[in-house]
Design a protein around this ligand. Structure first.
Ligand SMILES: Nc1ncnc2c1ncn2[C@@H]1O[C@H](COP(=O)(O)OP(=O)(O)OP(=O)(O)O)[C@@H](O)[C@H]1O
Length: 243
């Protein structure tokens, strides 16, 4: 479970995140939805302890991420916005390398790696060097790498960016499987349909602030609108993110 309270971050005169509070429970997919520049990536970077907040608190399964970042990181699997892979290593080697960094023993590492290769349908490319991988192959490898230590909480920054329809559907199925297994899944997107198709809870962020949050039904009730597209146009204040 992720809990964020009063998070703030400025870059010079730009207040990128301006008092963001929300929680993402276990066994649910929570979507962080907002237009370009809304503050999603900055919020996620603070959550995964890559960036220090100016103010606010972050708890990962109750662990204060600023007091004990190492413990907090162990509980998270992260697909960041930059999905850099080591191009001279194969997909399997990339995944295993991260497992070793997480302190997994060799037997567990191999077993877990094989499970992820199967689950993400990476079999055919697992032993190819990642140089030249397509965007979809790259994202899948980066997800396997993020999940090698079986984290409870999974954070993904725009995971379907650049994926085709088939790969997007496969990604959705995979995230739903994680939810069924009781994980906490948080992902960001600027595409309303993406979030609507998948999320149990939606946190809408604009100009660094949470402008609405709840289940799709709660958001409809809050705005008095039936159509989710209309809900988002109203709370975001623009038609950005509607494709
Ligand atoms: N390192 C940085 N230095 C200066 N400004 C930054 C930095 N990182 C983010 N910003 C600014 O903070 C604001 C929020 O950016 P952020 O990347 O968090 O938005 P986002 O919601 O993830 O957008 P997108 O959907 O375009 O990825 C933007 O105005 C951005 O230009």
């Amino acid at each position: 479970m992720l809990e964020v309270q009063g998070l703030r971050k400025a870059f010079g005169a730009i207040q990128a995140v301006d008092g963001v509070s929300f929680s993402a429970p276990d066994g649910a997919i929570t979507g962080l939805l907002g237009p370009n520049g809304a503050g999603k990536t900055t919020t996620l970077r603070m959550l995964y302890t890559l960036m220090r907040p100016d103010a606010g608190s972050i708890r990962i399964d109750g662990v204060d991420a600023q007091v004990d970042p190492l413990q907090a990181r162990r509980r998270m699997g992260v697909l960041p916005d930059a999905k850099g892979l080591y191009k001279r290593l194969t997909a399997r080697e990339n995944i295993e390398y991260f497992g070793r960094l997480q302190g997994l023993g060799e037997a567990t590492l191999r077993e877990r790696c094989e499970q992820l290769i199967q689950a993400l349908d990476l079999g055919e490319i697992a032993d190819r060097k990642t140089e030249g991988f397509s965007q979809g192959q790259r994202v899948k490898t980066a997800i396997a790498r993020a999940l090698i230590h079986a984290p409870q909480n999974i954070l993904l920054d725009e995971p379907t960016n650049g994926l085709d329809v088939m790969a997007t559907r496969a990604m959705r199925r995979f995230l739903l499987g994680l939810r069924e297994a009781g994980h906490c899944v948080l992902f960001s997107s600027h595409i309303m349909q993406e979030v609507a198709a998948l999320c149990d809870r939606i946190v809408v962020i604009a100009h660094g602030r949470v402008v609405a949050q709840g289940t799709p039904d709660e958001l409809r009730a809050q705005t008095g609108m039936d159509n989710l597209e209309d809900v988002f146009v109203q709370v975001i204040g623009s038609e950005e993110g509607l494709s």
